[in-house]
Design a binder for this molecule. Structure first.
Ligand SMILES: Nc1ncnc2c1ncn2[C@@H]1O[C@H](COP(=O)(O)OP(=O)(O)OP(=O)(O)O)[C@@H](O)[C@H]1O
Ligand SMILES: [Mg+2]
Length: 436
């Protein structure tokens, strides 16, 4: 074992006395001295420890100094350790050469002067110590370099982890943002579903009320028809029968007058039947389309109820599909019935307009107006079907209807319907043009 700043010196000599002398002579150097009594022992020491120099006796029993030197050179640890031969006789030249061949650096002839031995060994010790110092410095440098590399690696790893962490944080934030957006969308969808469900429930309720009211209205309509048939047409035919019966009994000169009475009664009955069928469904609607039917209806009602009716419609409006035409006509019919019953209006305007893929319908009056919310509530409880029915009719063909009114400010019924291009056949449009 080598202590830093100190060197080991190996003395190989079979004579303990010689070894002790050398030990004493080198004592001043204050280095560790190891003594080996044979070549084999020397090989063992040199295999386990570093030596600054080996002082090797040439003449030894068994393995002599040269063989020991040769084997020391074969061992890894002592391959380059300086060997100094100690010999009692001046060796022959070839022996000296052999010794140098085997790696010796010097020959010392016994007896020696202790100063000479010390100064020679001191040179090897110094060399060894310097080499050790250089080795130690090299190791320190290597360690420093290793530490620098480790530090840089740690720095790079830290920077990489920081980047990864920042990236993770960015992704998490992005994810959180995305999730918040999805949550908002979900909340919106839920709200929309709830609203739709509410509207659906409301609509179901309205439909129930409406179908009940429709049944009632149907019955009322039947009663009206029966009354009409019984009271008006029935009466006319009764009178006609009486007049015809009288024909047999009156003097012949009164027959022409009696017959004229009968013809007049038949004319009135025909008129009544026509009126009834027109009320049920104006034939004009099927034959000429919505615009002429509305124009005719508005004029007729205006004359009857005393308001001025105006129809605003663009030239060449053309025809619509039969379902949409009857829907519009019934909405206008119900609106005008309400105008007559409640509004006391002086003017009533009906507007029909195409707006891109939509049809817009408006019925305006300048009459009394009313509180729409209150009327709606009343309709649900009292069983009115006018406004509710209009709304349902509009929705059945994919449209929407709204009522705008305020007390003293007139009323406007507005509806919009989706239009299909096929709802305007060119031929029907041309026919309607001819009518107008
Ligand atoms: N143009 C209008 N001017 C003034 N009030 C109106 C007008 N249209 C409707 N109203 C008011 O709205 C209420 C509801 O009308 P709606 O047509 O739904 O029912 P109704 O006419 O009373 O009964 P139904 O139509 O079933 O015979 C009416 O009772 C009336 O008070
Ligand atoms: Mg009504």
């Amino acid at each position: 074992m080598t202590v830093p700043g100190s060197a080991n010196i190996l003395i190989v000599d079979d004579q303990p006395r010689n070894a002790r002398w050398v030990e004493k002579a080198l004592g001043q150097l204050q280095q560790r001295i190891v003594a080996a009594g044979s070549g084999a022992e020397a090989l063992q020491h040199a295999a386990t420890e570093e030596f600054a120099v080996i002082l090797l006796d040439v003449v030894m029993p068994g393995m002599d100094g040269y063989e020991t030197a040769a084997r020391l050179r074969q061992q890894e640890r002592s391959r380059y350790t300086p060997i100094v031969y100690l010999t009692a006789t001046q060796p022959a030249e070839d022996e000296v050469l052999k010794g140098y061949d085997l790696g010796a650096v010097d020959y010392l002839i016994k007896p020696l002067l202790p100063e000479i031995l010390r100064s020679k060994v001191a040179v090897f010790v110094e060399l060894f110590l310097k080499r050790e110092e250089v080795k130690r410095q090299g190791e320190l440098l290597l360690e420093a370099e290793r530490q620098e590399v480790r530090r840089k690696l740690a720095e790079e790893r830290f920077a990489w982890e920081a980047r990864r962490l920042a990236e993770d944080v960015r992704k998490e934030r992005q994810l959180a943002g995305e999730m918040a957006r999805r949550n908002e969308e979900l909340a919106l969808a839920i709200r929309y579903c709830e609203e739709t469900e509410g509207r659906l429930r409301e609509s179901e309720g309205r439909l129930r009320v409406l179908s009940r009211q429709l049944l009632k209205a149907q019955e009322a309509e039947r009663r009206r028809l029966v009354c009409e048939l019984h009271d008006e047409i029935g009466q006319l035919f009764g009178a006609l029968k009486l007049e015809l019966y009288n024909l047999q009994r009156i003097p012949p000169e009164q027959v022409p007058a009696q017959l004229a009475e009968c013809v007049a009664l038949v004319d009135r009955a025909t008129q009544q039947v026509r009126q009834l069928s027109v009320d049920l469904r104006p034939p004009m609607l099927d034959e000429f389309g919505l615009v002429p039917a509305v124009r005719w209806y508005l004029e007729r009602l205006g004359q009857r109820a005393g308001f001025s009716g105006q129809l605003a419609v663009a030239d060449g409006f053309g025809r619509l599909g039969p379902e949409l035409e009857i829907t519009c006509f019934r909405i206008i019919q119900e609106s005008l019935t309400n105008v007559i019953r409640y509004a006391g209006a002086r003017t009533v305007g009906v507007e029909l307009r195409r707006d891109g893929p939509e049809l817009l319908l408006a019925v305006r009056d300048d009459g009394a107006g009313f509180d729409v919310g209150a009327a709606h509530e009343r309709s649900l409880h009292r069983g009115s079907i006018g406004l509710l029915g209009m709304q349902e009719r509009a929705q059945l063909v994919g449209g929407q209807l709204e009522v705008e009114s305020a007390v003293g400010r007139g009323t406007t019924i507005r509806a919009r319907f989706p239009l299909a291009p096929a709802e305007v056949p060119a031929a029907a449009a041309a026919k309607e043009e001819g009518m107008a």
